[in-house]
Design a protein around this ligand. Structure first.
Ligand code: PEP
Length: 260
């Protein structure tokens, strides 16, 4: 029997909101977004707010994600925070986000070590992959996605795959308002699932949840959620507006049963 994958909506707040503002915003979302059995909602606030929000949050309603961490568990790494230190606070970790890859020059080695560190500490990695505008214009989208997957997953075994989430995030679509066409997403998701199948087999490729992210708004959310093989969305800008984010979660709740 093919597995039923629960839908997943992730709000990436990036470097926005103070600790107090984040707490107030969580209150607001908690009033608006009911617990739904078919949708998991994950919030990724600034690192500073994670600890207080982990005490405030109803974990049936929202899970928490860290936006970044260092891959060693402990040691002389001044200023860093590890997955080991985060394990009782977050359930997910965003890894390989294009802002980390391109603004902070994170390497493929950093990314695969982080994926492994997250799994080692029972935190679910959300591995972001996606092509740049120049890779897209040179027709290298599929190769870019495959290369990032092969490299990012290199330290995982098939036993770890039940924890994995992959987000297809074309770099040119993030924060630009220039979003991918649903047909582009269909193609990318096929590439992602085929690559996982090649690496870990058919069962793993059906089990892994795949998200789309890139300038999603309440009006475009349903089109992406309807794409075959898409299990949810990674939302940046629109996750900071309580109306928009609530509407996107509602769209996920109302979208048809997950299409394998
Ligand atoms: C993101 O930060 O992952 C993202 C998709 O941002 P936005 O929705 O603003 O494009």
């Amino acid at each position: 029997m093919t597995p039923q994958r629960k839908k997943l909506i992730v709000g990436n707040w990036k470097m926005n909101l103070s600790v107090n503002e984040a707490s107030l915003y969580l209150h607001k979302l908690a009033d608006r977004i009911p617990v739904r059995r078919n949708v998991e909602v994950v919030l990724a606030p600034t690192l500073l707010a994670l600890q207080p929000l982990s005490l405030q949050v109803n974990r049936r309603q929202f899970k928490l994600a860290v936006q970044n961490f260092y891959w060693r568990d402990n040691g002389a790494f001044t200023g860093e925070v590890s997955a080991y230190q985060l394990q009782s606070i977050v359930q997910y970790a965003i890894i390989g986000h294009s802002e980390r890859r391109y603004k902070f020059h994170e390497t493929e080695k950093d990314i695969r070590n982080k994926v492994q560190a997250a799994v080692r500490n029972r935190i679910q990695p959300i591995l972001c992959v996606g092509e740049t505008v120049s890779e897209r214009s040179m027709g290298e989208t599929n190769d870019a996605i495959r290369d990032q997957l092969i490299s990012g997953l290199a330290n995982l075994t098939s036993d770890d795959l039940d924890m994995l989430v992959v987000a297809y995030e074309p770099v040119w679509a993030i924060g630009t308002g220039d979003n991918a066409k649903p047909s582009d997403v269909t193609d990318a998701v096929k590439v992602i699932r085929n690559q996982i199948k090649q690496l870990y087999g058919a069962k793993a490729s059906e089990m892994v949840r795949v998200l789309y992210g890139g300038s999603v708004t309440p009006s475009s959310a349903a089109d992406y959620l309807a794409v075959k093989g898409v299990d949810g969305l990674l939302i940046g800008g629109a996750s900071l507006d309580s109306h928009d984010f609530t509407e996107i979660v509602t769209k996920a709740h109302n979208s048809n049963a997950v299409k394998i």
